[in-house]
Design a protein around this ligand. Sequence first.
Ligand code: ADP
Ligand code: MG
Length: 706
Amino acid sequence: MENSFKEKSITDIKGIKDVRAKAFARLGVYTVGDLLSLCPIRYENRAVVKKIDELKQHDEVSVIAYVNKIVKKTLRRNLTLYTVTVSDGTGNLQISFYNQNYIQQTLKYNYRYIFFGTVTQGFGSTLVMQNPVFEKADDENAVNKFTQLQPIYPLVNGLTQKTVRNAVSEALKLSREITSVNETDSDAHIRTMSGINSRCELPVEILKEFNLMKEHDAKASIHFPKSITEAEEARRRLAFDELLELQLMLFNMKRNCDRNGNMGIRFSKTDITELTSTLPFELTDSQKSVWDDIESDMESQKIMNRLVIGDVGSGKTIVAVMAMFKAIRNGYQAVYMAPTEILAEQHYSNIRRFLEPLGITVGLLTGALTAKNKREIKKEIALGNIACIIGTQALIQDGMQFFKPGIVITDEQHRFGVRQRAMLSNKETMPDILVMTATPIPRTLALILYGDMDISSIKTLPTGRLPIKTYLANSDMHYRVYTWVRKLVKEGQQAYIVHPMIETNDETEDNGIVSATENYMMLSDTAFEGIPTALLHGKMKGAEKDEIMRRFASGEIRVLFTTTVVEVGVDVSNATVMVIENAERFGLAQLHQLRGRVGRGALQSHCTLITDSKSELVKKRMKVMTSGCDGFAISEKDLELRGPGEFFGTAQHGIPAFKVANLYEDIPILKDAQRAAAIIAEKADEAEFKEYIEYIASRITDMVQL
Ligand code: ADP
Ligand code: MG
């Protein structure tokens, strides 16, 4: 019954029918449980009530007053103004309502109302309140209800704050009914909150130690707190739960790793110069030192679980190839997982060039292959006829059979679940795991999130790399920019033209967005007449994308009109020119990733950012881009300019998305959660703890046993 409550459709709530349900769906709210998890962005404080003669411009206040006069005026077609005069004995106040025709029926003469809104200066010296929210103020009760903190929710078209508030309030009522039934249970103290989400409350000891609100209370208070402090406490409790779950998951992974610690493969010494002597360059000292770390991990009995951090272009791929080479020379298979098909294809052609001359078979497994080809390659992999396997994550997880996997390398996919690991193990051994990333992660966070991994960084770029020259332009300079690009392309270089959108629709056309498709059609037979160009974007079929990318990499296509599909890891060293249209549409970290597609060879590279934006924030961002190329510095600036919220996407870190917690702002809570996880693991045998762990284990698929 408890479960069915949480899973009840939102249409079971009074006042919600198809239309509103659709609007809620756009917020990701389908069930009553989802609704209660919808976290307010902030609260409106209506508690300050002033007399009319105390009002000042810019006040955000409540006023209790009688309605004296309502005047309707039609200003233009479609624009009606209601001017309402109210008074409270200390003076008169004018209230303006624009286009709110219900006013005439709703507000009644000589009745008392409470209004909340912002006070502004009207004509002359009169003060005006515009479009306030209001309620009848018959008695104390009504006033109190109105002046409570009001939650402000994220909205979509078709929903108002009032609708969402009422729905949440109904849902809470329902949950309270169910909870009070449970309260009569013998173990009520553990189950008080089960009405809301049918789970076990945290062990009492943890609640006490960390001074936490009960979950049931937190779930109610987050919506209708009595004070800001109460709201903060509620939020802390809910964030704590999310972060504790994360910490338990990490803790569990580490345990698992330690437990299987001696199941690693002890690779023997390999003559790595067999590979490195074929390279057209010397390894940098940074690359060498990271390789030393990897080599000693591989030669030890423990399972390697290493994160390699290196800025774009720092040369992570070759280090990965060295590790694969070592595994293969020891008679094992090596697996390389790329985040996208384009990248898998790219790495395939790159890595083949290194390994095939040394007699190593390299195979590619992508969704673009025909079913028949896929079957064949899978068969060859299972038989051990392919030593080096490159593919996307999805394909490799999908019921794959390996002959003898020795090392698994993932690109920009930071966490490797217990399940994935189990799938790759054979009975006696577990493969080594190496994770490559260009995402700069602040140190405190890295320690907490990757506490179970060893970390190496490639700190410098290969020498002889010229820093990319970055320029700023506005759209008036289009013609000049593209004439200049044409000149460079004519001299033998290649260019990426990056756009925020594939196509524009009527709505956005006015906003001056230049789409990939339009620009491609416009420039291909004008500025780039006679030059082979192509369009590449994420909506194309895998095979089509790969074909275009192959022709660009081979130099057949000279100018590529594209979108952020080229963002991660594409490596064509002859491409030295990039133009980014509507650069204001991209975040700093993203611009840095995009720009990293050029500057990958010995030639001077150029990047032009085009924007007409007047925003101060955008100007600051552009300035950061034109004044440096260091990824870590840029990400720090990004953090500073954007605030922590948006910066840290969690998906690629293999961390579940949070509804409440924020990894940057909530580091103190994260630390508490880390300590709580340790206590819980230590007391895992006590009944109350056991029950909690079982509950958590049922939620986290990767969780085995603590
Ligand atoms: P990322 O770290 O972004 O994955 P890559 O591994 O793709 O970078 O390397 C970028 C480019 O630099 C590639 O073309 C690669 O061949 C080249 N490269 C790698 N190491 C060196 C080096 N030590 N000296 C010169 N070029 C290098
Ligand atoms: Mg790479």
